[in-house]
Write a protein that binds this ligand. Sequence first.
Ligand SMILES: [Zn+2]
Length: 281
Amino acid sequence: MGLLSGMEKFGLSKFKNANVMEEVSEEVKPANIQVEEKKEPPFNEEDVLFDKHYTCPVCDYTFTTRSVRAGKVRLLNHDTDLRPIYGKMDVLKYDVISCEKCGYSALIRYFGKLTVKQSRAIKEAVGNSFSGISNKNRVFTYDDAISRYKLALLTAMVKNAKQSEKAYICLKLAWIYRGKLEGLDKNDPQRDEIYKEELECISNAYEGFLLALSNEPLPIAGMDENTLKYVLADLARRLKKYEESIKLLGQVIISKTTNDRLKKMALDMKDVLKQEVEENK
Ligand SMILES: [Zn+2]
């Protein structure tokens, strides 16, 4: 299945099989979830959300979308590829802003930063055939989030975004699939398919970040060189590219600019990696 499958429902079937990176034109232990005190009211995801206003830089339409109130959801832990794990809900579902009218979509950190040429390209390639998306759901499901991340990826492709932006969307979409997978029953028949989707996103993120590392100035997607190499090492591990992974980890470990915390994480990952290599022999 293509990374952008499902875009037909937005009138964008021409992108169904597009190649994302082509230009157009100790698994961290499960978080120590604290036992809720009996007096605390049950958590309701809707209570930490609010409607935030945005103006679309492509079509000037003003709209609202669901956003997470700062400081309302606690960060508990990270996965080995730095996926943030929050208590009680998955904040990542709300990280893409989508214009309801023309379909322009981007991660919050990249939203609105467009040249005239990019804006025109999006209008022509997406806006003209876009059939609309609603931001009105009170709470976004994982499937809502998946559609929005795919729209962000498609927008990034159309505007010829840097490899790093496309890679970062792929990485976060992989995290969305992982979040969806974690919420499914062990025997759910969708599991294999969702894990495949996660791996496809990881593969694109790995390829894109490697290109970005050799072609783009640092920081890349907010990461310095050592952090990005560490993330790449973990993505390589997840793709069973063990030689690449060990090489990248070695670079992180011997670098004089790696801080102690990252060095420890890299050493821990090296142990996990050795164990995996043994198991796969
Ligand atoms: Zn718009």
